[in-house]
Write a protein that binds this ligand. Structure first.
Ligand code: NOJ
Length: 762
C-alpha cells in the first residue's frame, strides 16, 4: 500500500473520530462535564481520583475507615469489592444526597470469572478456545453483577505468562499473544456490550498494564525486564486488543518496566497507551501501587503520587496518595491544575457513559437481583463452559468414558470439597452452592453405579503450608490422621471397585495472587496415594485440579487416564461427571505449555530457533542448545488436548505456492472424526516466517477454529491468510510484513502439524 493511501485512510479515520466526538450526545456530555468541573473545588476533584477499598474483601495492608464521612465530604470517587446491594445503595445514597456536588460513585469489583454463578478460572476458560463461550461468560457475569449494584469489573486480566511458577497464571489466558488477544476482545465485548448505559452492561478494566506476567523467577510482584521488540510482539498485543475493542479503563501493574514502575511510567501510560493506541478512558492503579513506589525507590508519597499523575494515571486505588499530596504538589508547581482536571474529567466521563448521573441507582435493582442471578440457565451455562474447559491429557486403553455401571472408588483430597471448586478470585461466590466431585458423580450415577468414597490423603502433608492455602473461605479440611491410614482406607475402597477416580492436584489458593510456587509438581502425599492405588492393579483416572501448568512426568507415565479440570466453578461436580461418563466429549486444549520440570521454565512453543537448534526428535547433541539431563520438549505442548474420539487430518492444501502483494492464501485440511463419538476439535493454524530482518519465532498461532463433527463425519476446514497475518514489529518497531518464504502449518496442537512452504513477495 502506498504511503499516500495510508495517509488518506488515517485522515479519514481522524475526521470520522473527530465527527463522532462532535456528535450532539458527546457535545452535550462535554458541556455537562465543563459545568460540573467549574463548580468543583480542588478537594472535590481530588476526591474523584480516590478509590478506597470499602468492601468485605481486601488485599494488601491498607485500611479504609470512616468511609461514609469521606463520601459526604466529596473525597471518594468510587468503591470496590462490596458484595451487598443494600450497602451499595446506601453509599450511593450518601454520595448523591449528602455530598455537596452529588456526584454518584462508581462501584467496582473483581468479577473475574463469573459473579454469583462462577465459571472456570480464566486459564480454564481460555482452554475452551471457544470465543462465543468466552464472550457469553462475560455477558452473564455483567448481567448478574449489574443487578447488584456493580458497574465496573477489574477484568479481563490479559497478562501473558510463560512461567507457571507465577500463581496468577490461573487468572490469565496462557502464553500466546494471538489467543490472548482474541479472548481479550471477546471479554470486553461481553462485559460492555453495545451500550454502556444499559443497566445490564458494565465497564471493563484491562489489566495489569503491563508485563505483570513476566515477573522474574515467577515470584509475584517481582521485577520485569525485557526488550521492546519482545514487548511489542509477544506481551503487548492482548492489552492493545482490549483497547481496540473499546475497553473503558486500564489498570496499572505493580512491576517496573525499563526501570520505572508501570504506575509512573510516562512512556507506557502516555506515549504508548494514549498517543499510539488512542486510549481515551481512565487509568486506575492497582491496589496501593502508588505507595509501593516508595519501596521501589522512586521517592516519598508526595513525589510518587506526582509521578503517577504526570504519567497520566487517573485514579488511585486504596493508597490515598493523590488525595493527601496532590494539593501540596500543585501549590509547589510540581503538577498542574490541568493534569488534575484531566484525570477528574476522565473519571466523570466514565460515570456519565454508565448513565450514573441520569440514575445513580440504575445498577441497584432488587427485582433483577432476585430473578437474574444464579438462575438455572446461568448454572446450565456454567456446566457447559466448565466441561468445555477440561483437557484430556491421557486416555490409555480408553479408560474413559466410564461405564454407567459397577463400582467406582472416588478418592483424593479434592473429591469431597465444595469450597475449592470456584477457584481463586471468586469474590461474589457463595461457596456452599458449588457442587463437589462427589455430589456430581452421585447425581449422575443414580442407582446404576455404586460409589465408594475415601479421602486418601491431604492436599499437602504439612500444616504450615496448609495454613497458607486454606484461606478466603476455602478450607482444605486438613486431616490429622496418619497418612498411611488414609491411604489404606483408599486402597480398601479401590480393591472393591472396578475403577478408581482420584481427585487430586492443587487446592484453589495454591494459585492466584501471591501464590507462587517454586516446585509445581503434585505434592508428595498425593503421589504416594496414586502409587498405592496403581499398585492395586485397578484402572486409575486422575481428575487433576490446578491453576497452572504442573510438572507431572511421573503421573503422565504411570496413570492411565488424566483429565485436567482447572477449577471448574459453581457446577464443577456436574461438569466433571458429564465428561467422565461421556455425556460430554472433552474438547479443551492447553493455552500454556506444561513443562517436564521447573528447570525448563520459561518454556513456550513460539520460541526462537537459536543458532544451534537441536534436530527435531533428538535429545542431547554436544554444542547444540539443549540440556544434559532432559530433552527440550515439554511434557504437553501448547494447543494439546485429546478427545474420546479420534480426529484425523488429511494433507494440507494450499491455494497457491507463489503469492504477491495483497493476495489471499487459502490453507485447508480435511478433518475426519474417525472415532466412535461425536466431538469437537480445535484446528490450529501456525505460520513461520523463515527469514526476517530480525529473528522470528519457530511458529506463531495465527488462527483457530473449533468445529463439531459427528462420528464418521469429514469437514474441510479452511483458513484465509492475508499479509496482515504475516506482520510483526521490526527492529524500528514498525508493524509490517517482509517478503520471503513462510511455512504454513495446520494441526491439532503446536507440536503436531502438517506443513507447506510458500513464497510471498511484495
Ligand atoms: C490487586 C490485584 O492485583 C488486582 O488484580 C485486583 O483487581 C485488585 N487487587 C483489586 O482487588
Amino acid at each position: 500500500m502506498s504511503k499516500l493511501i495510508i495517509i488518506l485512510i488515517s485522515l479519514t479515520l481522524l475526521v470520522s473520530c473527530h465527527d463522532r466526538n462532535k456528535s450532539p450526545q458527546n457535545a452535550e456530555m462535554e458541556r455537562f462535564l465543563d459545568r460540573l468541573l467549574k463548580e468543583m473545588t480542588l478537594e472535590e476533584k481530588l476526591g474523584q481520583l480516590n478509590l478506597p477499598a470499602a468492601g468485605d474483601i481486601t488485599t494488601g495492608q491498607a485500611q479504609s475507615w470512616g468511609i461514609a464521612q469521606k463520601i459526604r465530604e466529596g473525597k471518594v470517587g468510587g468503591l470496590f469489592n462490596i458484595s451487598s446491594l443494600e450497602k451499595i445503595r446506601e453509599v450511593q445514597r450518601i454520595a448523591v444526597e449528602e455530598s455537596r456536588m452529588k456526584i454518584p460513585l462508581i462501584i467496582g469489583m473483581d468479577v473475574i470469572h463469573g459473579y454469583r454463578t462462577v465459571f472456570p478460572i480464566p486459564l480454564g476458560i481460555s482452554s475452551t478456545w471457544d470465543l462465543e463461550l468466552v464472550e457469553k461468560s462475560a455477558r452473564i457475569a455483567a448481567q448478574e453483577a449489574t443487578a447488584e449494584g456493580i458497574c465496573w469489573t477489574f477484568s479481563p486480566m490479559v497478562d501473558i505468562s510463560r512461567d507457571p511458577r507465577w500463581g496468577r497464571v490461573s487468572e490469565g489466558n496462557g502464553e500466546d499473544p494471538y489467543l490472548g488477544s482474541r479472548i481479550s476482545e471477546a471479554m470486553v465485548r461481553g462485559y460492555q456490550g453495545d451500550d454502556l448505559s444499559a443497566n445490564n452492561t458494565m465497564l471493563a478494566c484491562v489489566k495489569h498494564f503491563a508485563l505483570y506476567g513476566a515477573a522474574e523467577a515467577g515470584r509475584d510482584y517481582n521485577t520485569t525486564d525485557m526488550s521492546r521488540i519482545r514487548m511489542y510482539n509477544e506481551y503487548l498485543p492482548p492489552y492493545q486488543a482490549a483497547i481496540d475493542a473499546g475497553v473503558g479503563t486500564v489498570m496499572t501493574s505493580f512491576n517496573e518496566i525499563d526501570g520505572i514502575p508501570a504506575t509512573a511510567n510516562k512512556w507506557l501510560m502516555t506515549d504508548l497507551l494514549r498517543d499510539q493506541w488512542g486510549f481515551d478512558g481512565f487509568v486506575v492503579t492497582d491496589y496501593t501501587a502508588i505507595n509501593e513506589m516508595i519501596n521501589h525507590g522512586m521517592g516519598d508519597l508526595q513525589q510518587v503520587s506526582a509521578l503517577a499523575l504526570q504519567a497520566n494515571v487517573d485514579m488511585d486505588m486504596v493508597g490515598e496518595g493523590f488525595l493527601s499530596t496532590l494539593q501540596k504538589s500543585l501549590d509547589e508547581g510540581k503538577v498542574t491544575l490541568a493534569q488534575i482536571d484531566q484525570a477528574c474529567r476522565r473519571i466523570l466521563k466514565a460515570k456519565y457513559r454508565l448513565g450514573l448521573f441520569e440514575d445513580p441507582y440504575r445498577y441497584c435493582d432488587e427485582e433483577r437481583s432476585k430473578t437474574e442471578i444464579f438462575t438455572d440457565a446461568h448454572r446450565q451455562f456454567a456446566r457447559e463452559i466448565a466441561a468445555s474447559s477440561f483437557v484430556l491429557m491421557k486416555n490409555e486403553d480408553s479408560v474413559l468414558p466410564l461405564k454407567k455401571g459397577g463400582t467406582i472408588a472416588l478418592v483424593g483430597p479434592l473429591a469431597d470439597n465444595t469450597e475449592n471448586m470456584p477457584g481463586t478470585w471468586s469474590v461474589a461466590a457463595d461457596f456452599s452452592q458449588s457442587t463437589s466431585v462427589r455430589k456430581g458423580l452421585e447425581a449422575a450415577a443414580g442407582n446404576d453405579v455404586k460409589i465408594l468414597y475415601a479421602r486418601g490423603s491431604n492436599v499437602v502433608q504439612d500444616t504450615l503450608f496448609d495454613s497458607r492455602i486454606s484461606i478466603f473461605g476455602k478450607p482444605t479440611y486438613y486431616d490429622t490422621r496418619d497418612p498411611a491410614v488414609m491411604i489404606r482406607e483408599a486402597v480398601a475402597a479401590a480393591l472393591k471397585a472396578d475403577v478408581v477416580v482420584a481427585a487430586v492436584g492443587e487446592s484453589a489458593e495454591m494459585s492466584g495472587e501471591a501464590s507462587s510456587r517454586s516446585d509445581i509438581s503434585l505434592p508428595e502425599c498425593q503421589r504416594d496415594l496414586l502409587k498405592a492405588l496403581l499398585a492395586t492393579g485397578k484402572p486409575v483416572v486422575m481428575v487433576l485440579f490446578s491453576g497452572r501448568p504442573l510438572t507431572i512426568p511421573w503421573e503422565a507415565a504411570h496413570v492411565p487416564a488424566i483429565l485436567t479440570v482447572w477449577y471448574p466453578g459453581t457446577e464443577a461436580g456436574h461438569a466433571i461427571a458429564d465428561v467422565l461418563f461421556g455425556t460430554v466429549n472433552p474438547s479443551g486444549k492447553l493455552s500454556a505449555t506444561w513443562p517436564q520440570n521447573v528447570g525448563q521454565i520459561p518454556l513456550f512453543y513460539n520460541h526462537k530457533n537459536t543458532g544451534r537448534p537441536l534436530a527435531p526428535g533428538t535429545w542431547f547433541q554436544k554444542f547444540q542448545s539443549n540440556y544434559l539431563d532432559i530433552p527440550n520438549e515439554p511434557l504437553f505442548p501448547f494447543g494439546y488436548g485429546l478427545s474420546y474420539t479420534t480426529f484425523t487430518y488429511g494433507d494440507l492444501k494450499i491455494s497457491k505456492e507463489q503469492l504477491s502483494g495483497e493476495d489471499t492464501l487459502t490453507a485447508s485440511v480435511d478433518l475426519t472424526n474417525a472415532g466412535p463419538y461425536d466431538g469437537a476439535e480445535v484446528v490450529q493454524l501456525y505460520i513461520r516466517d523463515l527469514v526476517g530482518s530480525v529473528t522470528r519465532p519457530v511458529k506463531e498461532l495465527k488462527g483457530f477454529r473449533k468445529v463439531f463433527l459427528k462420528a464418521g463425519e469429514t469437514q474441510t476446514i479452511a483458513f484465509k491468510i492475508t499479509p496482515e497475518d504475516l506482520k510483526f514489529y521490526n527492529y524500528d518497531l514498525e508493524y509490517d510484513w517482509e517478503p520471503g518464504d513462510f511455512d504454513i502449518m495446520v494441526g491439532s496442537n503446536s507440536a503436531d502439524v502438517k506443513s507447506a512452504r510458500i513464497s510471498w513477495q511484495r
